[in-house]
Design a protein around this ligand. Structure first.
Ligand code: ADP
Length: 498
């Protein structure tokens, strides 16, 4: 019987492969970091070849750790760092240059020019995104303009573009399949999320030859099989989704109004909005949550730049703690930050303010403020920012969710999870398996491979580890948030008067 699933989770700093059984339990895994290249200020690159060979070895390693053979795997799911752009030669299968990573800001000027020329509204209406270097289109244009001969070769159909999922699929299938899924396509700025196809007007705006583009399939689909020699026997690739979308699936947020938030270095919140693509007036992103049987489920997304990174700064920058986990005991000791606010705008403010010129601040200090209050303020900041995102989603017309499903490295912190519930006035649910990204990729693969017959079957496998109910009085909740809003207003570069 082949009823195991293998998930390739190709992240920003490391790749990981996890083998799950059909109940969602982890049977074996392997993980490896890869090199980050910083060729110039604001530039971040990855070696796509290194990532591919690394992932292949991890697949072998995870199977070995799980004591399973390739023939016992019903399907492979791929999830990946989104937007990162790979350009390769179809004949040789070699990348033309290093991949440009989502964090890379080299195309800020290009985006600025397009914005000034008045294109942002059209782009937002078609893609749900903003004109920002974060997304793939201007990165791809940069490669075409800067790799000698690339543009001509692209027009002749000799080159292929893809995000990491698409690149790995190409390599896994020995160059037979050039395809991606709708969630990854929806992050390129080239894909019309309403019509679910590459958009000629966008291709023209960014000057991208259509010959480069992969085919776009459902998130659970037949993506071909791995070359027999790679893993010993061909395994079908049956699921693909970008990392945050995979986490939405791994958290079984299948009903409109269900929301998940992943707390790692940064935080990504995603709300299922069903068949409605809600266009944000608060600079949140509208994106494809997943596409199954040709039916698109949309999502709204908001990001917090500094979540766990704030705790890292307290540890490595200020050195007032030795380990991230100490933050929990300190917060428990003082209960709250007692009016101290840490606004971690180290690289500006993200949604819903979008103020790249703002910088961080520590406010409300008194003679009895100590390390514990400052650390607690760092944890509280993560919770306030989550509330701001949730309120922006509500202002855009989304209903209030019943609960927030959380995952990521930070949520082992029970104090944080409880404070999140208190700050939001909402129940916070933490699942047993917090590897939700890989799990989501596995669920999608299992859906297509026939291990599950419906999304309900997946929902039934989602297990809650612990629920945190809000305990704070509404008046106290409001007054604390008011203090936070005032602190944020103090550091905004477009500071409101008064
Ligand atoms: P990523 O996937 O972005 O690398 P992880 O999901 O592994 O991140 O989460 C790691 C982050 O969580 C780090 O930024 C770390 O500071 C933070 N973190 C880890 N444990 C705790 C804890 N007990 N309390 C608060 N933050 C924590």
């Amino acid at each position: 019987m082949s009823d195991y699933l293998l998930a390739i989770d190709q992240g920003t700093t490391s790749s990981r492969v996890i083998v799950f059984d059909s109940g969602g339990a982890v049977c074996g895994q392997a993980q490896r970091e890869f090199r980050q290249h910083f060729p110039a200020d604001g530039q971040v690159e990855h070696d796509a070849g290194e990532i591919w060979t690394g992932c292949l070895e991890l697949c072998r390693g995870a199977l070995k750790n799980a004591r399973l053979e390739a023939r016992q795997i019903a399907g492979i799911g791929i999830t990946n760092q989104r937007e990162t752009t790979v350009l390769w030669d179809r004949a040789s299968g070699e990348p033309l240059a290093r991949a440009i990573v989502w964090q890379d800001r080299r195309t800020a000027g290009h985006c600025e020019r397009l914005r000034e020329a008045g294109h942002e509204r059209m782009v937002q209406e078609k893609t749900g995104l903003l004109l920002d270097p974060y997304f793939s289109a201007t990165k791809l244009a940069w490669l075409l303009d800067n790799v000698p001969g690339a543009r001509d070769r692209a027009r002749r159909g000799e080159l292929a573009f893809g995000t990491m999922d698409c690149w790995l699929l190409w390599k896994l299938t020995g160059g037979r399949v050039h395809a991606t899924d709708a969630t990854n396509a929806s992050r390129t700025l080239l894909f019309n999320i309403h019509e679910q196809k590459w958009d000629p007007q966008l291709l023209e705006l960014f000057d991208i030859p259509a010959e480069l583009l992969p085919q776009v399939r459902d998130s659970a689909a037949d993506f071909g099989s791995t070359q027999p020699a790679l893993l010993g026997t061909p395994i079908p690739v049956t699921g693909i989704a970008g990392d945050q979308q995979a986490a939405l699936v791994g958290q079984a947020c299948f009903e409109p109004g269900m929301v998940k938030s992943t707390y790692g270095t940064g935080c990504f919140m995603m709300l299922n909005t069903g068949d409605q693509a809600i266009l944000s007036e608060h600079r949140l992103l509208t994106t494809v949550g997943y596409r199954l049987d040709g039916k698109t489920t949309y999502a709204q997304e908001g990001a917090i730049f500094m979540a766990g990174a704030t705790i890292q700064w307290l540890r490595d920058g200020l050195r007032i703690i030795d380990h991230a986990s100490e933050s929990e005991a300190l917060a428990r000791r003082v209960g709250s930050a007692h009016g101290v606010y840490l606004v971690p705008a180290f690289t500006g403010l993200g949604a819903p303010w979008w103020d790249p010129h703002a910088r961080g601040a520590l406010l409300g200090l008194t003679r009895d403020t100590g390390i514990a209050e400052v650390v607690t303020a760092g944890l509280e900041a993560v919770c306030y920012q989550t509330l701001d995102l949730l309120e922006a989603m509500e202002a855009d017309g989304a209903g209030r969710p019943k609960a927030l499903r959380v995952d990521g490295g930070m949520v082992v912190n029970d104090w944080l999870a409880q404070n999140l519930a208190d700050t939001l006035g909402l129940r916070v649910d933490r699942p047993v398996v917090t590897e939700t990204t890989a799990l989501g990729a596995a669920w999608l693969a299992g859906l297509q491979a026939g291990l599950f017959d419906s999304l309900e079957a997946i929902s039934g496998r989602w297990r809650c580890d612990r629920s945190f109910e809000p305990r704070l009085a509404e008046s106290e909740r409001r007054s604390r948030h008011q203090g936070w809003t005032e602190a944020v207003n103090r550091i905004r570069s477009d500071r409101p008067a008064g």
